[in-house]
Design a protein. Sequence first.
Length: 259
Amino acid sequence: MQRSKKILWIVVIVLIVIGLTGIIIASLFLGDIVKKGVETVGPKITRVSIKLDDVKLSLLAGSASIKGLVVGNPEGYQTPQAISAGTIAVGINPLTVLSDKIVLHSIYLESPQITFEGGLGGNNLSQILANINNSANTGGTVSTNKAAPAQSSKRYEVDDLLIKGARVNVSLTDLGGKKMTLDLPQIHLTDLGKNEEGITATDLSRNVLNAILSATLKAVSNASKDLGQDAQILLQNNGKKMNPGTSNLIQGVLKSLNK
């Protein structure tokens, strides 16, 4: 009897070790899968290049570390990138990794570098946002290859997303070539996709970029005494040509400045 119990415990321990080893190995492979997925699906949504240096996923700890994120600029812009982040820390529910809805408890970006090139009436960030909106309208199939597959059907929940210490390198090519570097206030989003259906990668990207663009436009406007007037002129002269999302963002910035 005692020997049977001993054998049973040995079997249990061996199974636990095998299970833990499997989880660790799966974490290594999932990191590569996530990296490839972001670099494949991301450009279809944004129509700009997206690169990652490395993704490390620990299912045991329920965490992930994303290093070297670089979001490129649309064609026609001089600066090589729109957004870069050294490290992004992610808290994840490991039980949802292989499910249809992945639950991310937290996403934390510290000190990302953002480039704002153009003007309030047209710039690299608003162009990427317009690309994302177009991607949503076409069901996520954004490619010159008509046979390219649509974006992933995965859904997401992000309970808490925090961007701290962001800096914006501004190049106002449409307004006299003004250049400046600005600090953005903290950007904090909560309860994204916190429902049964969750949120698509397209909608998640749109929410995050919309928050970054809104904060950037307000910071740029506040940094220049004449920019509010210039923005009003841009709206009067070019309002019909603008993407509705960009026009609404500028209107919102002008209202906030007049408060």
